[in-house]
Design a protein around this ligand. Structure first.
Ligand SMILES: Cc1cc2nc3c(=O)[nH]c(=O)nc-3n(C[C@H](O)[C@H](O)[C@H](O)COP(=O)(O)O)c2cc1C
Length: 276
């Protein structure tokens, strides 16, 4: 049940909701208000575009009312500052040994979860290690298990280089895997979804940018992702990630112990301009 309601006092029948509906299920017969026929409700993307686009705040759907939404006019960041964020974002590999405020972590996750998903499935699952003590236990567990694999020469083919990380950990206490970060985020999504891996990667990209805008450091973590899900058995269960999920990627995060002074110079972009 979509609970699609139109305030007849506010609605001017401008047709924006009809025109913008990606599923084309909103109709507006002569003289009447926009409506969704009961038999078309199942086709709704649940994207809330109708609610969002209405200039007059006349539409509610899925129990969401315009009055509970944030007005958009004038609230986007200016392009200069957004460009500075994108150009100034860096992989952080030195972290302060302290937890982030749990409320901040929740906000970062809630904002990242706004990212687009194929067919608006919204099924990305964020698995989070939100406490540095827990991450410390995971780190020790992983390093120990990798150490046993190294000694038994049991790494999967192509993953033998993890033996070097174990040596650095055992001999110098250097954590090349988790980068000493206090927190870890893993995005996963149901295998049978329309686009589980892109959904996860987009959500993590949003997380990364919003985190860095909040002074929180991040690093995409391929090594940890491989260790947890391609090398060590049982880690998916240990972390409570459903068997039915595809792993998107892992990302370490926490309060940075480093401050960058300027952007790097990458580019210009590689572009293939189509000459048809
Ligand atoms: C998919 C992906 C996986 C990565 N895995 C790791 C990793 O396991 N460990 C690490 O320290 N950095 C990792 N990085 C960070 C890259 O090395 C980094 O983005 C690159 O060196 C450029 O630096 P910058 O992010 O500061 O611009 C990864 C980045 C991406 C996009």
């Amino acid at each position: 049940m979509l609970e699609f309601t139109v305030n007849q006092t506010l609605c001017t029948r401008c047709g924006e909701c009809v025109a913008d509906c990606p599923a084309r299920i909103i109709t507006m017969a002569a003289e009447s208000l926009p409506a969704i026929a009961a038999e078309r409700e199942a086709a709704c993307y649940r994207c809330q575009h109708c609610l969002m686009i209405c200039p007059y705040g006349a539409i509610s759907i899925l129990g969401v009312k315009p009055s509970s939404c944030r007005p958009l006019a004038g609230s986007f960041p200016d392009p200069e500052r957004l460009e500075a964020l994108i150009r100034g974002r860096r992989s952080i590999r030195r972290y302060k040994p302290e937890n982030l405020d749990p409320q901040l972590i929740q906000r970062l996750l809630d904002v990242a979860w706004q990212a687009p998903t194929g067919k608006n499935e919204r099924s990305v699952l964020f698995t989070v290690v939100d406490d540095r003590e827990k991450l410390s236990r995971l780190r020790h567990e992983v390093m120990e298990a990798l150490g046993e694999m190294a000694r038994g020469q049991r790494f999967p083919r192509g993953m033998e280089f993890f033996g070097h990380f174990v040596t650095l950990w055992e001999e110098k206490g250097a954590d090349i895997l988790f980068r000493d970060a206090p927190h870890l985020l893993i995005a996963s999504a149901p295998c049978e979804g329309a686009s589980p891996v892109p959904d996860c990667l987009i959500a993590l990209s949003y997380f990364e940018l919003f985190a860095q805008a909040n002074g929180v450091g991040t690093v995409w973590n391929g090594l940890t992702t491989w260790a947890l899900f391609d090398i060590l058995p049982g880690m998916r269960q240990r972390l409570g990630i459903p068997d039915s999920h595809t792993i998107g990627y892992g990302m370490s995060f926490g309060k940075p112990a480093v401050r960058f002074a300027r952007t790097v110079q990458h580019g210009p972009a590689r572009v293939n301009r189509v000459a048809l």
